[in-house]
Design a protein around this ligand. Structure first.
Ligand code: 13P
Length: 254
């Protein structure tokens, strides 16, 4: 059975004391996880150690960096390598978030290199894809997302993609309060799985967790996560409130 994941993306929010309090408050909510369910906290770089120390003895709760360099080390001022992340026991790294694609001009080829260096160092990528509004309005979203997957992931072999984590985040639904309907989410997730099955076969495609991101809240999580090809969510704003995110965690499919 593939993993069901409630992932938080705190983005560029919180001070260190706020990040520690949010982690403690979340752990104190007493959410419960089945063996195939995970919680992943996408933490700003300076607080990764603090949060990792707090969750390290919690089964199925992990931290994620929100980005990594495509280089292993060297004269790259301001960058953070996967080797550094590994040295502080970071489990996941978010790669290709639309905000980084837009503001930092990250393209599919660069993201392929980031995926490779993360996998080579044992850090699990959460690979983000998703279309902007004008692509959705012209009904070209399937081809758009397919190209993102092909150009950043299809060089991987079946072994590397097995159990992989992808987040579908339609850009028009991020931080806008405008969520994709559960039908729109299911349609795209089924399309992504079909594209993966076309390249790697049904069996491998069935192992890949596809998370939905874009204005997920406690109020809509059960319906979205209930779709057959939706394996949880990548949550921005609502993950900054412990009780709200705990309710989202409890909405994961069993
Ligand atoms: P919101 O949940 O705030 O819409 O953000 C989604 C997102 O970008 C998660 O990575």
């Amino acid at each position: 059975m593939r993993k069901q994941i409630a992932a938080a993306n705190w983005k560029m929010n919180l001070t260190v004391s706020e990040a520690e309090k949010l982690t403690d408050d979340l752990l104190n909510t007493g959410f419960s996880l089945h063996p195939n369910q995970q919680v992943v906290l996408g933490v700003p770089f300076p607080y990764l150690i603090n949060v990792e120390q707090r969750v390290s003895n919690k089964p199925n709760v992990f931290v994620a960096a929100q980005n990594c360099s495509d280089k292993s080390n060297g004269a790259y001022t301001g960058e953070v390598s996967v080797t550094m992340l590994k040295s502080i026991q970071v489990t996941y790294v978010i790669i290709g978030h639309s905000e980084r694609r837009e503001y930092n001009h990250e393209d599919n080829a660069l993201l392929a290199a980031k995926v490779d260096i993360a996998l080579a160092n044992g850090i699990k990528p959460i690979f983000c894809c998703g279309e902007p509004l004008q692509i959705r309005e012209s009904e070209q979203q399937n081809g758009y997302v397919e190209t993102q997957l092909k150009e950043s992931l299809f060089h991987l072999d079946a072994q590397a993609i097995k159990g992989f984590v992808i987040a579908y985040e339609p850009i028009w639904a991020i931080g806008t309060g405008r969520t994709a309907s559960s039908e729109q989410a299911q349609q795209m997730h089924a399309h992504i799985r079909k594209v993966l099955a076309g390249k790697y076969g049904e069996e491998i495609a069935a192992t890949i967790s596809i998370l939905y991101g874009g204005s997920v809240k406690a109020a809509n999580a059960v319906e979205i996560f209930g779709q057959p090809d939706v394996d949880g969510g990548l949550v921005g704003g609502a993950s900054l409130i412990a009780s709200e995110f705990a309710a989202i965690i409890n909405s994961l499919k069993k």
